[in-house]
Design a protein around this ligand. Structure first.
Ligand code: IMP
Ligand code: MG
Length: 337
């Protein structure tokens, strides 16, 4: 069994969807697994020239491979069926491809009505937090108790382990390190495990892990209640040039320079083997080659040119060289890596 993991290194919206889509094109995988979160996420991709935003169903469905919403996720059943219908209407076959782990939990109407986007956190109002709270309080409901889900249920132990054939899983994460329940800026976090470790909670044994693809953006963005947006016109410009509006809620994403210190921490804790830094084309249009050394109002490092900026990032991530070298890719297209 082989597993590659895609993990967000910032605050979500780094372009994980694009990288997932790109990796799936290789045809190397037998399964695609969403390992955390719910329809609070929004993964935007361009498939055969058409734009899609998926919130819950893993991207594997576009490539005809089994796509599983894992046990680390919570599922809004109504939304799940709506998303299947959206895909079918767009001509994407879902039959026999889309599954929900039988031990995933569901988001109830009660969870939804409780999650009013509490001003202190600024949630996506999808009932995500209350659903995880009830899971851990042992008051929740698992997917295998929901009769409409019966045709979609899967036992990931049987599927991944009790088979003779090769299993090769691409694990698709949601949100990112800065929103992780343990490593994020608590309480401005989501309620799930957004790290590579979160993928393992879905029946993926550690020794199966091959590559960990960490996704970041050339500048940081954040949606939620805390004050994150940098001061000055450069950040408004990045917001416009990068079309930084939430794929789930439409809220404008606050922008700031890329926190290189935070990025390094996320790379180390997640055991990232490959970093993909997206939207270099956007920051190039703004022509501001700056980085941040820590949280929102920390020291800014001005690198002056694209070459200096890239060199600084490469050195910072790979220093000290106490582990295997991390491969760093700068991406400058919404459709390609
Ligand atoms: P919740 O996950 O809806 O409880 O929201 C908690 C925090 O995570 C809020 O700041 C949300 O804006 C943020 N958040 C949740 N999902 C995403 C995502 O997919 N992208 C970016 N931010 C997210
Ligand atoms: Mg998103």
């Amino acid at each position: 069994m082989i597993a590659d993991i895609i993990v967000g290194l910032s605050f979500g919206d780094e372009g994980k969807g694009k990288v997932t889509h790109h990796l799936l094109k290789s045809g190397d995988y037998t399964h695609c697994l969403r390992y955390n979160g719910s329809n609070n996420a929004g993964h935007t991709i361009y498939h055969k020239g058409e734009k899609f935003v998926l919130h819950a169903i893993p991207m594997g469905v576009f490539f005809g491979i089994k796509s599983i919403i894992g046990s680390g996720c919570v599922v809004n059943v109504q939304h799940f069926f709506d998303e299947i219908r959206m895909l079918e209407d767009a001509g994407v076959t879902t039959e026999g491809l889309v599954y929900v782990a039988k031990n995933a939990h569901v988001i109830t109407d009660g969870h939804l009505s409780e999650d009013t986007g509490d001003v202190s956190i600024g949630t996506t109002k999808r009932g995500n937090g209350p659903a995880y709270r009830d899971k851990y309080a042992r008051l929740g409901q698992r997917a295998d108790k929901i009769s409409e889900l019966a045709p979609y249920l899967i036992d990931t132990y049987e599927e991944f382990h009790m088979v003779e054939r090769d299993v090769s899983v691409l694990c698709e994460g949601a949100q990112g390190f800065g929103l992780d329940i343990d490593w994020g800026d608590y309480p401005y976090v989501t309620s799930s495990h957004c790290t590579a470790a979160g993928a393992l909670l879905n029946g993926i044994p550690p020794r199966a892990v091959r590559r960990v693809y960490g996704i970041a953006k050339a500048y940081d963005t954040y949606v939620g209640a805390k004050d994150f947006h940098g001061e000055g016109r450069a950040f408004d410009l990045l917001q416009q040039l990068g079309d930084e509006f939430g794929a789930t809620t439409g809220r404008p994403r606050q922008c700031n320079w890329l926190d290189i210190k935070g990025l390094k921490k996320a790379v180390d804790v997640n055991g990232v083997t490959d970093v993909i830094i997206n939207k270099v084309d956007v920051i190039r249009q703004a022509s501001t080659w700056n980085l941040r050394m820590g949280p929102e109002r920390s020291i800014m490092v001005q690198l002056g040119s694209e070459a200096n900026w890239k060199r600084y990032i490469k050195r910072y991530i790979n220093n000290p060289r106490n582990t295997e070298r991390v491969n760093i890719v700068f991406s400058e297209s919404p459709e390609r890596i």
